[in-house]
Design a protein around this ligand. Structure first.
Ligand SMILES: Nc1ncnc2c1ncn2[C@@H]1O[C@H](COP(=O)(O)OP(=O)(O)O)[C@@H](O)[C@H]1O
Ligand SMILES: [Mg+2]
Length: 258
């Protein structure tokens, strides 16, 4: 009934005043409309009630599948990734989730798939972090909302590797190679979208964007690993770094067992 829906929305508006969602500009508001639907607002309210968020600021990044917001819990900055439930590429998402034993039973429909996708990124970030790979520390996940450590300062995100000025690119390359190995051997993960766009650089490389990362047992894990290695090698070759032969590095990562 429209009357009921209105009531729910009014109630939510009142509740949301408490999280102080701050729109910076009309432009922000427009981008937010595609993401901040009623369910998402309810989820944000849930997180606020559990004292995980106190303020939401503007959009840092508006992507195809998610938006990233700068948020705060009292004085501490956080990044909030909100996955779109309306315009996501479901075919592609299913390809990365199918065959993952952690997500065997997902209810039918778009929302459960997106919620599983958010949970997958949360779990992947946890695994990576435990393996000693520098990633944003995951804080909480609920439905399509993920809260994680903010990489940057004062609401300004650190540059991406692509735009960063590297003092010692050889060193950065070595650290990323070490992370690829740790991901594979300790976290048992392949990033599967590793590139200069998914590494932030607040003075050291921080790997981000792990919703599509797969377990090494995934049927396409090796293909993804090869692609990750090729893209990272190309980037650093472009910076004049003498990169390891891609096949040799692949063997180094996998121990030659493929
Ligand atoms: N933890 C974070 N702290 C600050 N900024 C972030 C954080 N995570 C992502 N970002 C910013 O948001 C952008 C998009 O994030 P990403 O996870 O790569 O999503 P997607 O590529 O799917 O849109 C990044 O390029 C980065 O600029
Ligand atoms: Mg990305």
């Amino acid at each position: 009934m429209p009357g009921d829906a209105e009531k729910v929305i009014r109630l939510l508006d009142i509740k949301l005043d408490k999280i102080k969602i701050k729109e910076k500009s009309e432009e922000d508001l427009e981008t937010q409309e595609g993401v901040l639907d009623k369910f998402t607002l309810e989820t944000l309210y849930y997180l606020a009630k559990r004292k995980l968020l106190t303020e939401m600021y503007g959009v840092i990044s508006a992507g195809k599948e998610s938006n990233i917001y700068w948020a705060k819990n009292n004085d501490v900055d956080f990044a909030v990734k909100i996955y779109r439930t309306a315009t996501a590429n479901f075919k592609a998402i299913q390809n990365y989730i199918r065959g993952d034993p952690r997500f065997k039973k997902i209810r039918k429909g778009i929302r459960p798939l997106i919620y599983a996708w958010a949970l997958k990124e949360f779990k992947n970030l946890q695994r990576a972090s435990s393996a000693g790979v520098r990633v944003p520390k995951p804080v909480a996940v609920k439905n399509n909302v993920l809260i994680m450590e903010f990489i940057g300062a004062n609401g300004k995100p650190a540059p991406l590797l692509k735009n960063a000025v590297l003092e010692a690119p050889e060193n950065t390359y070595k650290i990323i190679c070490d992370y690829i190995k740790k991901l594979y051997n300790k976290a048992e993960l392949v990033h599967a979208d590793l590139s200069e766009f998914n590494v932030m650089y607040p003075g050291e490389p921080v790997i981000i964007d792990m919703s599509q990362s797969v377990l090494v047992s995934h049927p396409l894990a090796l293909d993804y690993l090869k692609r990750d290695i090729a893209i990272i090698s190309r980037f650093f070759r472009g910076l004049g770094v003498e990169v390891i032969d891609e096949n040799d590095f692949l063997n180094e990562v996998t121990g030659g067992v493929q």
